[in-house]
Design a protein around this ligand. Structure first.
Ligand SMILES: Nc1ncnc2c1ncn2[C@@H]1O[C@H](COP(=O)(O)OP(=O)(O)O)[C@@H](O)[C@H]1O
Ligand SMILES: [Mg+2]
Length: 272
């Protein structure tokens, strides 16, 4: 049922890393998780150990095109790929710059190309869809935000990020695809926090005050995160006792506690 979207006005902030690791932690906690990559960089799969040259994916196949290769059009169920973490992965797939632009143009006028399959995924009770996105506004994010239960904006702990909060709250950051400041679906994760720097501590404290209960977690800057990424492994497997692994588990826990209760369970608790 629920859809969790990792987004940010900026690139290189840890969206993909946190989406992959949070998806993996949610699967470990017993959720039935699909990880969906909407970014043509196609990097989410790398965290799940998929070979860099592997062409298989889903989004790149959504354009109507002839042929029988890895880019032939197919149902999302057919494109699901099992992973060692128990997450089912829908990679973006192999694409190039012009194909990615052409797809974005097509999606802007036909959002159902993506919204259709995502709606179907969400019809399955108990299923959690974790989405990784490209930075800022895009046709991809505009097509799926109407179905999102949680939008987790990832920000670095720097002065620029504090300035960006207003653009997220106003909906500008994602192309007005969000209704605005009071949208109850808006949450934040601060990434790459370093307590040893004066600026880091001051900014983290200011951001925490500004965001209040909407701040789900602050994740330490930790070399283990980059190393785990390079080893194509999750931080929880690579360095389970590291500071960042604990912070990311806290993020997954905060997400899990805010997921809408499935209808069946809600009814059962009413009758208990
Ligand atoms: N908490 C962290 N500590 C150290 N390095 C991190 C942390 N989070 C992300 N990184 C590194 O930052 C880089 C960018 O992360 P990535 O998830 O690809 O960002 P995005 O998807 O926003 O572009 C990667 O090399 C990743 O390993
Ligand atoms: Mg990314």
């Amino acid at each position: 049922m629920p859809l969790i979207c990792f987004a940010s006005p900026k690139g290189g902030v840890g969206k993909t890393t946190l989406a992959a690791n949070a998806a993996s932690d949610l699967a470990r906690a017993g959720h039935d998780v699909i990880a969906l990559d909407l970014d043509p960089q196609n990097a989410l799969r790398l965290h799940f150990g998929v070979r860099p040259g592997d062409p298989e994916g889903f989004i790149a196949t959504l354009r109507d095109q002839p042929g029988s290769g890895p880019d032939r059009k197919r149902h999302w169920r057919e494109a699901l790929r099992p992973t060692g973490q128990g997450v089912e992965l829908l990679a973006y797939g192999q694409t190039d710059f012009s194909a990615a632009l052409a797809f974005a143009d097509e999606l802007a006028v036909r959002p159902d190309l993506l919204a259709g399959p995502v709606r179907e995924m969400l019809e399955e009770p108990g299923r959690v869809v974790v989405v990784d996105t490209m930075p800022g506004a895009s046709a991809q994010i505009a097509s799926i935000l109407p179905f999102a239960d949680l939008v987790v904006t990832v920000l670095l702990v720097d002065a620029m990020s504090i300035a960006l909060i207003a653009s997220v709250q106003s909906g500008r950051a994602y192309g007005q695809a969000l209704p605005g400041e009071d949208d109850p679906r808006l949450f934040y994760a601060l990434n790459q926090f370093d307590r040893r720097t004066r600026l880091g501590s001051a900014i983290a404290a200011a951001a925490a005050r500004k965001l209040g209960g909407r701040l789900l977690a602050t994740i330490y800057r930790d070399e283990n995160v980059a190393e785990a990424g390079a080893a194509q492994r999750m931080i929880g497997e690579y360095a389970p006792t590291s500071r960042a692994a604990g912070d990311i588990r806290a993020l997954a826990g905060a997400i899990a506690s805010r997921l809408p209760v499935p209808r069946a369970r809600r009814l059962a608790s009413l009758h208990a």
